[in-house]
Design a binder for this molecule. Structure first.
Ligand SMILES: C[S@@+](CC[C@H](N)C(=O)[O-])C[C@H]1O[C@@H](n2cnc3c(N)ncnc32)[C@H](O)[C@@H]1O
Length: 435
């Protein structure tokens, strides 16, 4: 570690992958391959740590292939009041020494870093959180493979394919060590989703209702520059509930990584014997999809009107009467996606919504601010602090709505299943539920 000048220097150093990058420079390629020493980029570690941290108090945290403890550091950054204990196993003495050296800077955190082979130790503890980027080592190069298979088969009751890569044993052993309601995140090659040796692992994770999400890195994004592999993140939770498994792609563009839509296939379609990555994880739409063109080529796309306080700004017929709002200050407007369900939205449909008491009017008080009813309603809004909300407080006057004229075509902002496009024949305004 470079001599740090200040607390801020130490903080930035620890909550980054700088220690790993420095350490990697000192590791010969042959040694890196032997131990599978390819370290997790910090943003990926943070993403995984956030899964185990989410809304929960965690006490025992395990990384069975700890390296320099990037997952522990990521847990701490996301959970600054962490008061539990970090357990780490590391087979390489040099990495373990560096790990211990880093945690000298975090003296208030309890830890137990053990110089052992995780695959041969006896450890009966149950962990609330497990984070793991295991080594990737082909079956032929696994030392004492027969003994290992016997041990893990005995512990799990599985029939393990002898050609399993070493990371398979880490997934199974660590998953068995998960406490009730504990969460785990694994960063592993996506090959097991499609390979023969992955079948019993997929069966095991489904049978125990452990697997909740599978996120596949895009083939183009190589998160480990020196390793030829595509990666995936497995997110587990031992809540004993048959939650639907969600699949998605992690797409990298420049420095940013984002998720494609989550795909939730019906349970019977999730067959462990089939290849998962191609079938279950929806392909991102890219410029390579030749039959598609960007929307920007055929029109201007913008979001709908953000009011800052829909309760104040939207009206149904009863509310209009109650506050005696003049018609010239009311704009016809779709305020919820459920109000337009068909591919053409007509004037008749709008009138039907209005007559059945739906909130389909938007107030633009700036159209007649001197009107006494409008003034009374503005005062009512101010008494309810509508003028002090995030969006309204930056507008002048606060009750002026954004100037976004009706669009001829609308499409839904959030779609559980499918994007919906609607021809806006009624020429009504729309809130942010539509673009
Ligand atoms: C892929 S690296 C991941 C390190 C760190 N957790 C990270 O995500 O950056 C795997 C680490 O596990 C260690 N390792 C390899 N085989 C092991 C074993 N059988 N038991 C414990 N650690 C092992 C390697 O030395 C290496 O540091």
């Amino acid at each position: 570690m470079p001599t740090p000048g200040s607390f801020a220097d130490i903080y930035h150093y620890l909550f980054s992958d700088k220690p790993e990058r420095e350490f990697s420079l000192s590791v010969p390629k042959e040694k890196a391959r032997k131990y599978g020493q390819y370290f997790t980029p910090y943003p990926v570690a943070r993403y995984m740590a956030d899964w185990v941290n989410q809304n929960r108090s965690i006490n025992l945290v395990l990384d069975p292939a700890a390296g320099l403890g990037i997952f522990f550091r990521a847990v701490m950054e996301g959970h600054p009041n962490f008061s539990g204990t970090f357990f780490g196993y590391e087979i390489d003495f040099a990495a373990l020494e560096k790990l211990k050296g880093l945690f000298v800077y975090l003296p208030s955190v309890k830890n137990c870093f053990i110089s052992e082979n995780y695959l041969s130790i006896e450890d009966d503890r149950k962990y609330d959180a497990i984070l793991c980027n295991p080594p990737y080592i082909q079956y032929k190069r696994i030392p004492n493979r027969k003994d290992l298979i016997k041990r893990v088969e005995g512990e799990s009751g599985l029939h393990i394919n002898p050609q399993s890569n070493v990371y398979s044993y880490f997934i199974i052993r660590a998953a068995l060590a998960l406490a009730t309601n504990g969460r785990a995140a694994f960063l592993v090659p996506s090959e097991f989703l499609n390979s023969e040796f992955g079948i019993p692992i997929k069966e095991f994770l489904i049978r125990r209702n452990l697997i909740k999400k599978i996120l596949l890195f895009d083939a183009q994004s190589s998160i480990f520059p020196d390793a030829i592999t595509t990666s995936s993140i497995l997110l587990l939770e031992n809540n004993q509930q048959k939650d639907p498994i969600q699949f998605a792609r992690l797409i990298q563009q420049g420095q940013s990584t984002y998720l494609s839509d989550l795909n939730t296939p019906p349970h019977p379609e999730i067959n462990p014997a089939q290849k998962w990555s191609a079938r279950l994880i929806s392909k991102p739409i890219t410029k390579h999809s030749r039959r598609l063109i960007p929307l920007s080529q055929i029109g201007r796309v913008s979001r709908g009107i953000a009011t800052g306080d829909n309760r104040f700004f939207t009206f149904d017929n009863q509310k209009i009467k109650r506050y005696e709002i003049p018609a010239r200050c009311l704009l016809p407007c779709l305020t919820r996606a459920s109000q337009a369900r068909t591919s053409i939205f007509s004037q008749i449909q709008f009138e039907h919504l209005a007559n059945s008491g739906k909130s389909v009017y938007l107030l633009d008080a700036s159209l007649d601010p001197e009107n006494s009813s409008i003034q009374a309603y503005i005062r009512f809004g101010e008494a309810n602090k509508s003028h002090n909300r995030f969006l309204t407080r930056s507008r002048d006057p606060w009750y002026r709505i954004e100037n976004r004229p009706p669009a001829p075509i609308l499409f839904t902002t959030f779609s559980r299943n499918q994007l919906r496009f609607i021809r806006n024949e009624a020429n009504v305004y729309n809130l942010t539920c539509f673009h």
